[in-house]
Write a protein that binds this ligand. Structure first.
Ligand SMILES: [Zn+2]
Ligand SMILES: [Zn+2]
Length: 437
């Protein structure tokens, strides 16, 4: 069997892997990269009609937004994914179009290719952890990956090989539940333990945070400390976050960490929290209750107009502000930045990835003139760092392990370190690579 990397290894973006056996040709994800007017996977158009199955681990653009290209190039099959993922795609397509057009680019596909996409819903056909037989010699198992609503990891039984794809993975979300991919628990509880011996032939593992070894609680402690300092000196703290994602985690965290503190929340983020409560199966126990409590919190202020925002920011209270758009490309995120930039008392905290050339990145690099407020990057984990990878290597032993989702030099460093620690078969690859397993 052969793995082709069409994107996603040695870089942040355009996740796309193709596994070719004797009868099957399987694609895992087909995303884009936020660089220039958008970068797409290194698709081989001749191979696309031969794909026998396509899987999508979650809705983020770096895993999903190149899928219509498959239909443009003649794929006629289905895309296996989850219900929440399908429902979120529409918004991601709208945002991706905006991203491309704002940079003077053009989408390489049109709406006919988007509407040609056909989906099969994993959780409608098998429970998490159960094997689903798709065709002769080909079964799949899925589990919640704790990275975003609807995100999954996948394990394939393919022509005698066992293949694990972590997708984007986190065990440390405050809101989202995850299913352990550990072969030890999954196989030992099986009635037929010898049917699926534990070692994988190949694992493709999220290591977006490279050699970073910090846990979520260490990161949140540092963020808590910073916010306390800013509030004590009478400043506002701006947290630009995606409309749906870590913003809801951080909002519930802020409510419990700073009781009585005033929060200025843009409507979309509150709506996101409300929507999340409808997906109980994807949440940790007790979260629906916490969300319902948050919805009626007297400390949350939702601005209804520009005047309202100005009034709140110029009033007596210091606010923790949640606005949409983690990379701060939108007019409103920039408005907040401008409003806070005049005083060194305020702080802007970037909690996620800031792509090159985005406003958030420019702010971090000090390239926006007249910015006297503090600008700092303090991550909230939704991916895996080095320690998480170590644990995953233990839980999912594999003959070949490809680390993905970080720049090549970062992955090289991690692969070297793991090799020094005695791990075997760790690969740092890049787009275009072919690995024979
Ligand atoms: Zn993701
Ligand atoms: Zn990703």
């Amino acid at each position: 069997m052969e793995l082709r990397v069409w994107g996603g290894a040695g870089e942040h973006g355009r996740s796309c892997y193709v596994l070719t056996g004797e009868q099957h040709r399987i694609m895992l994800d087909c995303g884009v990269k936020k660089e220039g007017t958008g970068q797409y996977p290194l698709l081989d158009a001749d191979l696309i009609p031969q794909l026998t199955a396509v899987f999508l681990t979650h809705a983020h653009e770096d895993h999903s937004m190149a899928l219509p290209l498959l239909y443009k190039h003649g794929y006629q099959g289905e895309i296996w994914t989850t219900k929440p993922t399908v429902l979120q795609l529409e918004l991601y397509f709208a945002n991706w179009r905006k991203y491309v057009e704002r940079r003077g680019g053009e989408l390489p596909y049109d709406h006919t290719h988007i509407s040609a996409m056909r989906f099969r819903i994993l959780e409608e056909e098998a429970e998490a952890g159960d094997w689903l037989l798709l065709s002769d010699g080909f079964s799949v198992q899925w589990g919640r990956s704790g990275h975003m609503l609807g995100s999954v990891w996948l394990r394939l039984q393919l022509e005698g090989h066992r293949i694990f794809f972590s997708g984007d993975f986190s065990r440390e979300s405050a809101l989202l539940a995850n299913d352990s991919p550990s072969v030890h628990t999954l196989y030992e509880s099986s009635d037929e333990p010898n049917l699926f011996p534990p070692e994988m032939t190949l694992s493709i593992i999220d290591n977006a945070y490279g050699a970073d070894e910090q846990s979520q609680s260490q990161k949140l402690n540092a963020l808590r400390q910073l916010i306390l300092e800013v509030l004590e000196r009478g400043g506002h703290v701006l947290l630009p976050v995606p409309a749906f994602g870590r913003g809801q985690d951080l909002l519930l965290w802020a409510l419990s960490t700073f009781p009585g503190q005033h929060l200025l929340i843009e409507q979309e983020i509150r709506e996101g929290l409300q929507q999340l409560a409808e997906w109980k199966d994807w949440l940790r126990p007790g979260i629906v209750h916490a969300i319902n409590k948050a919805m009626i919190s007297p400390n949350i202020h939702i601005p209804v107009s520009w005047d309202d925002r100005v009034r709140l920011l110029q009033g007596e209270n210091s606010f923790i502000i949640f606005t949409t758009d983690g990379m701060m490309e939108s007019a409103r995120a920039r408005w907040y930045a401008e409003h806070l930039s005049s005083s060194a008392d305020h702080a802007i905290v970037i909690t996620g990835h800031a792509s090159e050339e985005t406003f958030a990145r420019q702010l971090l690099k000090g390239e926006i003139e007249g910015t006297s407020c503090e600008v700092i990057q303090m991550g909230y984990k939704i991916h895996q760092g080095l320690d998480d990878v170590r644990l995953m290597l233990h839980e999912v032993p594999s003959r070949h392990t490809v680390l993905v989702h970080a720049p090549k030099p970062v992955t090289d460093q991690v692969a070297d370190r793991l090799a020094e620690e005695g791990a075997r078969g760790i690969y740092s690859l890049q787009p275009g690579a072919v690995l024979n397993i």
